[in-house]
Write a protein that binds this ligand. Structure first.
Ligand SMILES: [Zn+2]
Ligand SMILES: [Zn+2]
Length: 820
């Protein structure tokens, strides 16, 4: 071995160097022409370009980069693409904030430009972070969902689903964010517990008697369409079918029964409004009630609210309470804790409005979703129920239209005269109907030549929920099914109901096939205070800060070792620092090995004589290989990480290297073959460590590999070297038992020296070992050269009987006595 490892190594320089070189060398490119190797495709989630590659994404990306690297070494032709999910509300909200405008203040194309600018800048920063993390992405695959070429795919999928009958336009209650002024899907609604006021309000009956209704939203009284009681509630039986007067209006409504009414809540009498919540939606449908919309898209009261028209809901609530007081209809008010539905983006409470929207039929697929979820491998397994339970819980179809600007246009026009729907043809795509007319002469229904565009746009999930097919090359590559379904879909535990779910329904509907074969789930990153990491909690750590302190290989060790896959992982600086110290330990061990191998020719076939400790380390390295391979096969990264670190640090460095130094230094005394045996072991075991570590710490392993092994092994990169095949024959339980015993003797003697505050190289005139039996005596005798050499013993005597002296732990029958 001609080259030496430098004494000091700068992890930051090493990482930057390899990130550049890997790209230049094309190490991670998918080989489309290779038909021999099996393929392995990663359905990389295109992240939303917020500009910040936060620690949660570091966790996510490290997980599947480990998988991709492992599979590459297992001989797979790995397809690891990367895209960006550009559209959507958060970007628009950010543009509105930065430029202090509302989306309606600018023409759509100008507003869109501002969004594109922001996204472009953000992508640059995030791409740097992914590169800095050392992800083995094939950057020739990069795409952006805001590019017209991606619109083409999204719009084509819309057209195909429309033709298959999965898409319809309908008037239906939808979740509506009055701040963002758009419909949002169930998956975008979050729940917060807030304290509200429960108002007791008297609704007069015709005979001056009254019923008391309890509600947290008195401002919705103008939208009250009926008053309901539970059919089994004896208190109110006599009132069913009677008319009550709706306060502040000149309407009366009928008292009906509905078994959804909870007798225990408030007075047991509820008003049903259009709409206060999803229960109202159910009741209205069930009893075929008419709808009075009294809140508009901006969250203001409509003309239907009478004197409250034009007020915000909050203003209307105050005014209503005052009016009810004046009329003597307001009873007590009490605080109540309530689950409030809020917009996931801006946390404004959502309203339920009845709107004409585009929907995708998703509920009809729920049993298919369940069937496929059960067929897929989940890491960890129990996560499949998150998907199944979510699919089963859905009450509404997926509303896919949005009243926003920065999104994929819906490829639809309407005939101005007869309202016929004109669907774009696939060869017109990509197309923006707001700018271009349909490429037909006249309406196929009425012959009119005038059309109006669909101004609504598509939900951003409609872009990103076809990635499995798009990554595979659909619709352009004939052979796209080669990479479909994707081998692994990685997802955060919090977005199973979106990523995993939408991918599933879209691909099932489009291609009658599940989109992915396995699902790898990561938990959340917690702050040091145990709460989820969030800027508003003051426990936020930026990934760039972690990289700049300890580099990527240390950070990746925190990810891999942080906890079981799927569980929440706390961010702890000491964990990252421990990873960094491990890298230094590994580097120093490699440097030692490198120095000892100056006269070693890996290819020359030399006779060497294996000693018990050589067989011991060989067997342990093989056992480790099995453990790490099994762990990576099942995505148990923490088990792999701990196994490799323990072995490297304690077994290889602290034990083996220390115990064989004397043999290494004194070939004249022990014989050249015994030194060769150690050299062979150091060369072989270090290479094994590097290979097993490569998926987790790709940079440092590559650096050591290139200096020490590349010439001999002749793989372009350690990441293209074949994963070690397990040699079960090398796992030798007997050799491990023997080696353990010899190591225990060495450790025991060294410990005594340390306790007596003697230097470790203090000479021992005579070491008497009471082995406690014939078998153990024989083993110790076999290892006496390494024991004497390591412990500096002039004269060693091993007796097969029990005796006095210091105990060798954990062997209670073995004792020793050292004379200095
Ligand atoms: Zn909102
Ligand atoms: Zn027409």
């Amino acid at each position: 071995m001609k080259q030496a490892l430098p004494k000091k190594f700068n992890i930051f320089e090493v990482e930057e160097k390899w990130q550049k070189k890997w790209e230049e060398m094309g190490v991670y490119h998918f080989d489309w022409k290779d038909k021999k190797r099996p393929t392995f495709s990663v359905d990389t989630p295109p992240p939303y370009p917020s500009g910040e590659f936060h620690m949660g994404l570091v966790l996510n990306w490290t997980y599947f980069d480990i998988v991709a690297r492992y599979k590459r070494m297992r001989g797979y032709n790995v397809y690891f693409p990367q895209g960006w999910d550009c559209h959507g509300l958060p970007t628009e909200v950010e543009v509105e904030k930065r430029h202090k405008i509302k989306k309606t203040d600018l023409p759509p194309d100008q507003f869109r430009k501002l969004c594109e600018e922001l996204v472009g800048k953000n992508i640059g920063a995030m791409k740097r972070a992914i590169t800095n993390l050392g992800c083995s992405i094939d950057w020739t695959t990069e795409y952006k969902t805001m590019d017209p070429d991606y619109w083409r795919r999204t719009q084509l999928s819309f057209i195909l689903l429309h033709k298959k009958g999965f898409i319809y336009r309908g008037t239906h209650p939808v979740n509506w964010c009055p701040r963002c002024e758009t419909a949002i899907a169930d998956a975008e609604v979050e729940y917060e517990t807030r304290t509200a006021q429960l108002h007791y309000i008297n609704f007069k009956l015709e005979n001056d008697d009254f019923l008391t209704v309890a509600t947290t939203r008195p401002e919705l009284i103008p939208a009250c369409v009926t008053v309901a009681v539970n059919p089994h509630d004896e208190r109110y039986k006599q009132y069913v079918g009677k008319k009550v007067h709706v306060p502040t209006t000149n309407r009366t409504v009928e008292v009906i029964t509905d078994d959804l009414v909870d007798q225990e809540f408030g007075t047991g009498v509820v008003m049903i409004c259009t709409y206060g919540d999803k229960a109202d939606v159910k009741s209205v449908a069930k009893h075929k009630l008419s709808v009075i919309a009294c809140i508009d898209e901006k969250g203001r009261m409509t003309q239907n609210a009478g004197k409250y028209a034009g007020m915000t809901t909050e203003e209307a609530k105050k005014a209503m309470i005052e009016d009810l007081k004046k009329e003597g209809l307001l009873g007590k008010i009490e605080p109540i804790n309530q689950e409030v539905s809020v917009c996931w983006r801006c946390h404004t409470p959502i309203e339920i409005l009845e709107k004409e929207q585009w929907f995708m039929k998703t509920r009809i697929l729920s049993s298919e979703v369940e069937k496929n979820a059960l067929e897929i491998m989940w890491y960890p397994d129990y996560m499949k129920y998150r998907l199944i339970d979510w699919a089963k819980s859905l009450e509404w179809d997926w509303v896919i239209s949005r009243q926003r600007v920065f999104a994929t246009p819906i490829p639809i026009w309407y005939c101005k005269k007869c309202n016929e729907i004109i669907l774009a043809e696939p060869n017109w795509l990509p197309i923006d109907p707001r700018i271009e007319n349909p490429r037909i002469d006249k309406c196929p229904n009425c012959g009119s030549k005038e059309f109006k565009p669909e101004r609504d746009v598509l939900d951003t999930w409609f872009d990103s929920s076809i990635t499995c097919a798009v990554h595979a090359g659909w619709p352009d590559r004939e052979d796209w099914k080669r990479l479909f379904p994707a081998d692994v879909h990685p997802s955060g535990v919090d977005i199973i109901r979106t990523w995993a779910y939408y991918l599933m329904v879209r691909h099932l509907a489009l291609f009658d096939e599940k989109p992915y074969k396995s699902c790898l789930i990561n938990g959340m990153v917690l702050g040091t205070d145990g709460r989820s990491m969030h800027k508003s909690f003051g426990n936020y750590v930026a990934s760039q800060e972690v990289f700049s302190k300890y580099g990527a290989d240390a950070t990746r060790q925190w990810v891999a070792g942080g906890g079981a896959t799927g569980s929440d992982i706390p961010f702890r600086w000491p964990d990252v620092e421990y990873g960094w110290r491990f890298l230094i330990k590994l580097w120093n061990a490699a440097r030692f090995v490198c120095n000892q191998l100056k006269d070693y020719e890996p290819k020359e076939s030399v006779e060497f004589v294996l000693q018990p400790l050589d067989k011991w380390i060989l067997s342990k390295a093989e056992r480790l290989t099995k453990k790490v391979t099994d762990a990576l096969e099942t995505c148990q990264f923490n088990i792999a990480m701990e196994g490799i670190r323990n072995f490297t640090w304690h077994v290889f460095c602290d034990c083996y290297i220390e115990a064989v130094k004397d043999r290494l230094y004194k070939p004249d005394f022990y014989g050249k073959e015994k030194r060769k045996a150690v050299q062979y072991m150091l060369y072989t075991v270090l290479y094994r460590i590097l290979q097993l570590l490569a998926p987790i710490t790709p940079h440092v392993t590559e650096e050591i590999y290139q200096i020490m092994y590349a010439e001999d092994k002749s793989h372009k990169s350690i990441h293209l070297s074949p994963w070690p095949t397990l040699d079960e024959k090398r796992i030798d339980e007997e050799a491990e038992k023997r080696g353990d015993l010899i190591m225990a003797v060495i450790t025991g003697v060294r410990r005594e020296k340390a306790e007596k505050r003697m230097p470790l190289n203090t000479q021992i005139k005579k070491l008497t070992i009471y082995a406690g039996g014939k078998d153990t005596a024989e083993i110790i005798t076999e290892g006496r050269e390494d024991i004497s050499g390591t412990c500096k013993v002039a004269n060693i005597e091993v007796l097969p009987k029990k005796g006095e002296g210091r105990e060798i732990k954990p062997y209670s029958d073995i004792h020793f006595f050292a004379e200095y």
